[in-house]
Design a protein around this ligand. Structure first.
Ligand code: 8Y4
Length: 268
């Protein structure tokens, strides 16, 4: 009945962005991120995803130096006290490089390593990489998303990026794929994607899914970001029962519990 992998991992989201209200500077946001990481580790997270640049439509771009200043101290400080798996959410080769030096184990790149030097930077290391599908660019991707065949186009893109990674010398075992919920996709596209998620198991890579608090939940329920947990959990369960291996979430305890219950049923 259900097609579930033998292990499922929970990836906790940590966004490191200076808080314009607190005016506490970078030290303040580093300490906040570190505290969040400690909490998540206590909640049973498997991977912590650290990001310094917003990919939201309309968010303004930041410099390489600004992004490094935000994420590197956080990665270093978590690594100094824990062996937890660390992921860096970035699209810049220099950030990828320094994050790996700081102890990152996964590169989560929403542009699937299409940035200058990113492929080579990964090929020279031995980290995992998450290749995500996006139609268009973050700033404009939600303006008029269109597909002739949604699943086919996403599959084609991901298999092309897999092949390009393999040709660059990245090991098959280090590849993770992600259909990119909400990235150049309407509600209808996101629903069709979730309904057909199991088709991506054909690509023979672990599947990462990020639906936590996203607008597809908000639109279905007509609820703001702060009230999207239960809807997000429903999608997480639908994803793992179709073969998703990693769930990216803001809410670690809730997701760990939901997946433990799913696991108990499957392993019967
Ligand atoms: C409320 C909450 C509103 C969250 C918007 C959002 C993914 C990702 C993001 C994903 C992978 C986001 C960095 C968007 N989503 N990486 N990153 N997969 N691999 N928006 O789905 O969370 S950021």
């Amino acid at each position: 009945m259900l097609n579930i992998p033998s292990t499922t991992q929970v990836m906790g989201i940590i966004n490191v962005t200076p808080d314009s209200f607190s005016d506490g500077g970078k030290f303040f946001s580093t300490e906040q991120a570190l505290n969040q990481a400690r909490l998540m580790i206590g909640e049973g997270v498997d991977i912590i995803d650290v990001g310094g640049e917003s990919t939201r439509p309309g968010a303004k771009a930041i410099s390489v130096q600004e992004e490094l200043d935000r994420v590197i101290p956080v990665l270093e400080k978590i690594r100094a006290e824990s062996v937890i798996k660390l992921s860096i959410d970035t699209s810049k080769a220099q950030v990828i490089h320094h994050a790996i030096q700081a102890g990152a184990n996964i590169v989560n790149d929403v542009t699937a390593l299409q940035g200058e030097n990113s492929l080579a930077t990964i090929a020279q290391s031995n980290v995992q990489v998450c290749l995500m599908h996006m139609q268009g660019k973050p700033r404009s991707m939600q303006q008029n998303p269109h597909y002739n065949n949604l699943i086919e186009e996403i599959s084609q893109f991901l298999s092309q990026r897999i092949q390009i990674c393999l040709n660059a010398g990245i090991k098959q075992n280090n590849l993770i794929i992600d259909p990119g919920f909400g990235f150049g996709k309407t509600l209808e596209h996101n629903l069709l994607l979730m309904k057909n998620l199991q088709l991506f198991t054909k690509l023979n890579c672990p599947i990462l899914v990020g639906v936590s608090r996203k607008s597809m939940v908000g639109t279905i329920l007509n609820k703001p970001v702060a009230e999207r947990l239960y809807g997000s959990l429903a999608l997480a369960v639908l994803a793992v029962t179709q073969g998703a291996n990693i769930i990216r979430t803001h809410d670690v305890t809730a997701t760990v519990d939901a997946l433990k219950v799913v696991r108990a049923v499957i392993d019967g």
